[in-house]
Design a protein around this ligand. Structure first.
Ligand code: DOR
Ligand code: ZN
Length: 455
């Protein structure tokens, strides 16, 4: 039998399952074979094909970004699975789950399968896909095989791509028949429209960014979130609230571990790092839906990550070209690329005292794996896939600029931010996919396999 390459990463500061310890990880082929504290056994080192001395570095389970828009197919002028998966591994992200607002929209199992084929051809990272809910496909959603689909994505408020399902009758049917987790973009479409009309009637169409959170306001978020939480409770159905952006919505959530929850929640780095105070400086670069709101919301979200009201941090990586981002609060495209620097940004916030590193690992690797029931990923454990991220968490400070961006769009909302951590290496299924600034474009991720469902 052909022997598989063995890699030993030793003297690392391993952050996993709530603790940090100095130790080693052995990898054989695609899988982790040993995890230990202290010095690696000499025979393990002697038998390895490659040995990485990780002294002074953090070794984390690969980040699982469960909310990305890679634009493939149909919007590949903005991004595609090859470019964005390269940006992902450069940011320590080893698996992603992609949203259905592509062209065509991913609203059939055939469309999901087509994306899986495309990803198998070009993606450096492991991949999974949502299927979108529409008024026409609920019967098909009820019959789909959710071992290969991450869950159902429901837009209650329209955003890029215009997917929308708001009629109560369809929502009841969705929550009563679909045997899968439902992930929701919760903004109330009627409130958004009324706000927009009122603002335009009073101030005209040439609106600065300050108006974005006036149109996409707290009430739109709260009412929509309340509506789906109510549906989830009445139908005893698993719900994951996406990109929570307000303090108000936190009153709908409970602390605890995701295994025990009917309703789990995600927020994103942009809601934790920014507030409406940054609109004057960053303008439409930080225009996204839901809108970034007030400092009080940002602070409450930071607390909620710490107290367990919020379960996951995902990016909502939503690249658009710079020219598409120009315009007013009404016309500029919504969304920003973040996948390459999300871990770095969150580690920087940990450095500043907002979070601990084990907590970030929980929110960005463990809990995503638990919530989506991802098979053998998200933890550093023997028998699990060797998806690993090695980080220099104490490097010479450097400034992130647009030039660094590997995403096709070529810009980042973090341009100008000085940080003191850097992803050194990323392994995907035991293969080095990124090392010291270089991505290995021949590496291919695997399809994610999903277990936990609403059964
Ligand atoms: O800001 C956003 N951009 N919010 C969304 O819901 C969609 C995303 C996109 O696809 O551009
Ligand atoms: Zn999104």
């Amino acid at each position: 039998m052909e022997s598989k390459p063995v890699t030993v990463i030793h003297r690392a500061s391993i952050v996993n399952e709530g603790r940090a310890f100095t130790g080693y990880v052995a990898v054989e082929g695609e899988f982790i074979t040993a995890v230990g504290e202290g010095e690696a056994p000499a025979e393990l080192i002697a038998g390895a094909d490659s040995v990485v001395d990780a002294a002074g570095r953090l070794l984390l389970p690969g980040i699982i970004d469960t909310h990305v828009h890679f634009r493939d197919p149909g919007l590949t002028h903005k991004a595609d699975m090859a470019t964005e998966s390269l940006a992902a591994v450069a940011g320590g992200v080893t698996s992603f789950i992609d949203m259905p607002n592509t062209r065509p929209a991913t609203v059939s199992t055939e469309a999901v399968e087509a994306k899986m084929r495309r990803a198998s051809e070009v993606s450096l990272a492991n991949y999974g896909f949502f299927i979108g809910a529409t008024a026409d496909n609920i019967d098909a959603l009820a019959a789909a095989d959710y071992s290969r689909i991450a869950g159902v994505k429901l837009f209650l408020g329209s955003s890029t791509g215009g997917m929308l399902l708001t009629e109560q009758e369809y929502l009841e049917k969705l929550f009563s028949t679909v045997p899968a987790l439902i992930a929701v973009h919760a903004e109330d479409e009627a409130i958004l429209r009324a706000n927009r009309d009122a603002v335009v009637a009073r101030y005209g169409e040439n609106l600065t960014m300050d108006f974005h959170p006036v149109i996409r306001n707290h009430r739109a978020c709260f009412e929509a979130s309340k509506r789906v939480v109510d549906l989830a409770r009445r139908h005893n159905h698993r719900l994951h609230l996406l990109h929570v952006s307000t303090a108000d919505e936190l009153s709908l959530l409970h602390p605890g571990t995701p295994e025990d929850k009917l309703v789990t929640a995600e927020t994103c780095p942009q809601y934790l790092a920014f507030s409406d105070e940054q609109y004057a400086m960053l303008g439409t670069r930080i225009k996204c839906n839901p809108a970034i709101k007030r400092p009080a919301d940002r602070d409450a979200l930071r607390d909620a990550v710490n107290t367990g009201l919020i379960d996951t941090i995902a990016t909502d990586h939503a690249p658009h070209l710079p020219e598409e981002k120009s315009g007013t609060a009404l016309t500029a495209a919504s969304g920003m690329p973040l996948i390459q620097f999300s871990l770095t940004l969150m580690l920087q916030m940990a450095e500043e005292g907002f979070f601990t590193v084990p907590l970030l690992v929980e929110k960005m690797a463990h809990n995503p794996a638990i919530i989506y029931g991802i098979d053998r990923r998200g933890f550093i454990r023997p028998g699990y896939y060797a998806d690993l991220t090695l980080v220099n968490n104490d490097c010479e400070p450097y400034t992130i600029t647009d030039q660094w961006v590997l995403s096709r769009c070529g810009w980042t909302p973090l341009d100008g931010l000085t940080v003191s951590n850097k992803v050194d290496m990323t392994w995907v299924n035991g293969r080095l996919a990124y090392r010291f600034g270089v991505g290995f474009s021949d590496v291919r991720g695997l399809p994610l396999s999903f277990g936990h469902k609403n059964q």
